[in-house]
Design a protein around this ligand. Structure first.
Ligand code: HEC
Ligand code: HEC
Length: 363
């Protein structure tokens, strides 16, 4: 049989299969073929997620946002984990909550489509085996030796995902934690510890991580739907601040704090997901998320200094400043250290009255 002919035959069977699929999709009652959901999910991904998780969802475009397409993650994370990770975000990291219910931009249907898109990359979820519980005391020693250098400790995130985050711990089962440690994640810095630790030792580390949980699993609660209705320009009667910009773009947090203390005239823009603003923001900042830049239409173009910030710490705020410069605003800057460092330094933050936290309170 000539290779050409076998090629042709393969193609014709593929087109037959395609025809059959098209015919199936056309059967009434089989509305919304999965490929539509995936295509819609891909567009949503591009709009909301690529900024940090990268154009191909392999992660690490900003702030060490993890891969969303490793085979281990796709087969180890169930839909509830993925949907809720997107819906609720991870408070106190760059990952915002995207569900409308917490003040984000996405409907349940949109989040479903996004998950269908992520799922289209790899193996389906497989129910994970349950392991006998280990000893948190023994796990603490292993964590200190092996894990803290990348993941940070209970109070502070390192460069890898923050395992002490209460929303994460509320969503991740012990089996998920065990599996992530044992199998690692291809193509990332997370190696497969099954090659190095005994099963009991992995269970010990899981018990140690679990000892950090301080409450019941997070729940979706409806945000107040606060939006920034306060004044846009801060200290309208003040003089202009004097900022020294690194690379013509980045202003140090200390200078912005000083300018606020000295009542200088300026505008602060929170470029994160709207739900992050809802929870807590730099005092006086208005919300213009990186995915809704038409919010800039209401910003006066009169030479007032405009400082944008996010958590990543430059990507979302960079989008806002790039757009402002494109529109001809003369004095714009990105808060260099980002909002997480601002908060860590004890600089002023506000929560809109009555805003609801997106995870259940610790008990
Ligand atoms: C501003 C940057 C940023 C954007 C935009 C962003 N993420 Fe994330 N995401 C992160 C970071 C950082 C983490 C890890 C947080 C941590 O635990 O430390 C994360 C974690 C996650 C996780 C949890 C993964 C795991 O195994 O724990 C999922 C799922 C996720 N993001 C999906 C999305 C999706 C889908 C979108 C778009 C709707 C999105 N993210 C937008 C930065 C971002
Ligand atoms: C060299 C750095 C490094 C070390 C050391 C390391 N990790 Fe990781 N770990 C990572 C990275 C990076 C990821 C995210 C990978 C990705 O993109 O999916 C990760 C992911 C994880 C996850 C999944 C988190 C999530 O949100 O889905 C768990 C659980 C985890 N690591 C536990 C551990 C434990 C326990 C140890 C010590 C035994 C350890 N890691 C050691 C870098 C590291």
């Amino acid at each position: 049989m000539s290779p050409r002919w076998s090629q042709a035959r393969r193609w014709s069977s593929i087109s037959l299969l395609a025809l059959a699929l098209v015919a199936l999709a056309a059967v009434p009652g089989l509305a919304d073929p999965p490929s539509d959901k995936v295509a819609h999910g891909a567009a949503l991904y591009e709009k909301y997620c690529a900024l940090c998780h990268g154009p191909t969802a392999q992660g690490y475009a900003a702030d060490n946002a993890p891969s969303l397409v490793t085979p281990q993650w796709l087969s180890g994370a169930d839909d509830a984990f993925i949907v809720n990770s997107i819906a609720l975000g991870r408070p106190d990291t760059a990952m915002g909550g995207f569900a409308k219910q917490v003040g984000g931009p996405m409907s349940d249907q949109e989040i479903d489509d996004l998950v269908a898109f992520l799922r289209s990359h790899g193996p389906p979820f497989v129910t994970l085996p349950v392991h006998a519980p280990g000893s948190a005391r023994k796990g603490a020693a292993i964590y200190a030796q092996e894990c803290v250098k990348c993941h940070g400790d209970r109070s502070k995130r390192g460069e890898a995902p923050w395992l002490a985050n209460q929303t994460f711990l509320g969503l991740a089962s012990d089996a998920f934690l065990y599996d992530a440690i044992a199998r690692g994640r291809d193509g990332t810095k997370m190696k497969a510890y099954a090659d190095q630790l005994e099963p009991e030792q992995i269970a010990d580390v899981v018990a140690y991580l679990r000892s950090w949980s301080s409450g019941p699993p997070p729940v979706l609660v409806r945000a107040k739907g606060e939006t920034s209705t306060g004044p846009i320009v801060l200290n309208p009667d003040g003089g202009a601040p004097e900022f020294t910009l690194r690379d013509q773009t980045y202003v140090p947090a200390d200078e912005v704090k000083r300018a606020l203390d000295e009542k200088k005239r300026m505008i602060l823009i929170d470029a994160r997901v709207a739900s992050d603003w809802d929870r807590e923001h730099i005092s006086g900042a208005i919300s213009v998320p990186y995915y809704a830049l038409n919010g800039l239409d209401r910003i006066p173009n009169d030479g007032t200094w405009i400082v944008a910030y996010c958590a990543c710490p430059h990507h979302a705020s960079g989008e806002v400043v790039t757009e402002l410069r494109k529109r001809g605003y003369p004095h714009t800057a990105v808060l260099d250290e980002g909002v997480l460092v601002w908060k860590e330094r004890g600089y002023p933050m506000s929560s809109p009255a009555g805003a609801v936290a997106s995870s259940a309170p610790a008990q």
